[in-house]
Design a protein around this ligand. Structure first.
Ligand SMILES: N[C@@H](CCC[C@H](N)C(=O)O)C(=O)O
Length: 281
């Protein structure tokens, strides 16, 4: 592989290797993604964000009129995912820091495989207008001897949100191995969230804590679309048509706000930590 210029960034500890490829000249293979994301032999990350002009990537077909930039997201195992909530926030931080986009009160549109998201920079937080989550089926997830009832949620990518039962603490779960799930319901795999209630907070209607096992990446310190799915299920279970849900993850806090019929926001930190060039191999 040729040397690649990269930037490393994260959103609440969900970390990414960012590769700028404005004209779509790079043929990023799954093997290259795996090598970049490797935590011992590479840069290390839960995924890769390729920064490319929307008009230059056929995977973003039809979105160029709405969004100048396409987030080409890959999981650390080299697979492609439709959407990444923390990825969009870190991608936006990259665009603004590198003067590829100007922050604006109406937001920066970002093309993704799940459609155009709009990101608003608010100091060290970046808030994204997300695709509305769709809660659509009951299912279960199994870790070791434990089976948890859950709910399937489509956030552009697939999620299964499971509540822990019998006062089981989140840190008792062994997520070194991926949870079992219904492959007929999730033929393309699924991201699995485990949720418990948390102490009330003055700034939120609901407060929960979660861990996540991500399709294609394993357990991560945070998942933005996972938080969106959890927020949607928490509001539904509380009988709230709208509201603010604070969600604590191992890497920090994300906030999901549903404030109008079709308007869902994901907010949290987005940080760039390093940049460099890989050595040709
Ligand atoms: N960490 C991301 C989700 C990344 C994609 C996911 N692993 C999938 O395969 O769907 C987020 O912040 O949303």
């Amino acid at each position: 592989m040729d040397g690649v210029n990269f930037t490393k960034g994260h959103g609440a500890g969900n970390d990414f290797v960012i590769v700028e490829d404005v004209d779509g000249a790079l043929d990023l293979t799954p093997a290259q993604v795996v090598a970049l994301c490797h935590r011992r032999f590479g840069i290390g990350g839960d995924g890769v964000l390729r920064v490319v002009r929307t008009a230059k990537d056929p995977a973003a077909a039809g979105q160029a009129a709405e969004a100048e930039w396409f987030m080409d997201y890959r999981n650390s195992d080299g697979s492609i995912a439709e959407m990444c909530g923390n990825g969009v926030r870190v991608f936006t931080r990259y665009l603004v820091t590198h003067e590829l986009a100007e922050p604006s009160p109406t937001g920066i549109p970002i093309a993704t495989r799940a459609g155009v998201m709009v990101a608003i920079v608010e100091g060290d937080q970046i808030r994204v207008h997300m695709k509305s989550p769709r809660v659509y089926a009951a299912s279960t997830a199994t870790t070791g001897p434990l089976t948890f009832p859950g709910v399937a949620v489509d956030c552009g990518n697939p999620h299964l949100v499971c509540g822990l039962h019998d006062g089981l603490p989140l840190d008792s779960l062994d997520l070194h191995v991926g949870p079992g799930f219904d492959r007929a319901l999730f033929p393309a795999g699924v991201n699995v969230e485990f949720v418990v209630g948390a102490e009330p907070l003055p700034e939120a209607d609901l407060h929960v804590a979660m861990r996540v096992f991500e399709r294609g990446s394993g357990e991560t310190l945070a998942c933005g679309t996972g938080a969106l799915a959890v927020g949607a299920v928490a509001l539904r279970d509380a009988g709230l048509a709208m509201g603010v849900v604070a969600i604590d993850l191992p890497g920090g806090r994300l906030t999901v706000t549903h404030d109008a019929e079709d308007r869902w926001w994901l907010a949290g930190p987005a940080v760039l930590v390093a940049s460099g060039e890989t050595t040709p191999a």
